[in-house]
Design a protein around this ligand. Structure first.
Ligand SMILES: C[S@@+](CC[C@H](N)C(=O)[O-])C[C@H]1O[C@@H](n2cnc3c(N)ncnc32)[C@H](O)[C@@H]1O
Length: 228
């Protein structure tokens, strides 16, 4: 499935159906649902209940063990990834974005309240705002980000936010699609500096949510990264 103009996007997570209202006409990209978010959630769902391997053979068993873990999503938009991962067991999760996107996020949280059965935490966060970052009380076991690399000047603050929020043994769950060659180049150059990068093979994605353009990465802190 590609980016779609449909005002409603649905996503089944195990037996629960999430439904998101998107507004593609707004000037803020966060009011749309972007495919990487769906791809990430369905990748996690697939490997939490892997169809083709025994429990001991699941290569993602440790990375996706959400039990008693804390997570934060950066640039959550309509909240697809965070809501999906909440249903997959990441119970302590905070959804963040810039102020103008908050109404769309809150609308979608309310829309999905019957499925979630809980009010998930939200917080306004601009990646470049050190005070906001500190007030979130890091570290987090998981930093989640999908389709957030598209503006070159936002790359450095994004990487700093990821690095600063993540626990030393934490994992960034990244849904990625190339949007801007300049932002792409800088992002991966800086990622190399701070993180060990694991790209998920396409045949490990959920077969119905494996789009050619969308990738999933697991990033882990390098022991000698500049900020640590
Ligand atoms: C392309 S949208 C992706 C939204 C959502 N993650 C998804 O996959 O559907 C990029 C998101 O990053 C957020 N964003 C961009 N720059 C930001 C910044 N400097 N600080 C915080 N959020 C930012 C936008 O508001 C938007 O919600």
């Amino acid at each position: 499935m590609k980016f779609t103009d449909s005002p409603v996007i649905e996503l089944s997570v195990n037996d629960t159906r999430l439904s998101f209202h998107q507004d593609n006409g707004s000037m803020h990209v966060g009011t749309s649902v972007w495919p990487c978010s769906l791809v990430l959630v369905k990748f996690v769902e697939r490997w939490q209940t892997p169809p083709e391997c025994a429990a001991g053979e699941n290569p993602y068993a440790d990375a996706l063990n959400f039990s008693s873990k804390r997570g934060i999503e950066l640039g959550t938009g309509c909240g697809v990834a965070a809501m999906g991962l909440y249903l997959l067991g990441l119970r302590d999760i905070v959804l963040t974005d810039i102020a103008p996107v908050m109404p769309a996020l809150k609308h979608n949280l309310k829309r999905n309240k019957p499925a979630l059965k809980k009010n998930l935490k939200t917080s306004q966060l601009y990646w470049e705002n050190e005070q906001q970052l500190r007030s979130l009380n890091p570290p987090f076991d998981y930093v989640i980000a999908t389709d957030v690399v598209y503006i070159e000047k936002a790359v450095a603050p994004l990487i700093r936010a990821m690095e600063g929020l993540l626990a030393d043994d934490g994992v960034v769950l990244l849904g990625y699609q190339l949007r801007s060659p300049e932002a792409h180049e800088l992002f991966w150059e800086m990622c190399e500096e701070f993180f060990q990068i694991q790209k998920i093979p396409h045949d490990h994605l959920h077969p119905e949510y494996a789009y050619e353009e969308s990738d999933v990465y697991l990033l882990r802190k390098k022991k000698n990264s500049r900020n640590s």
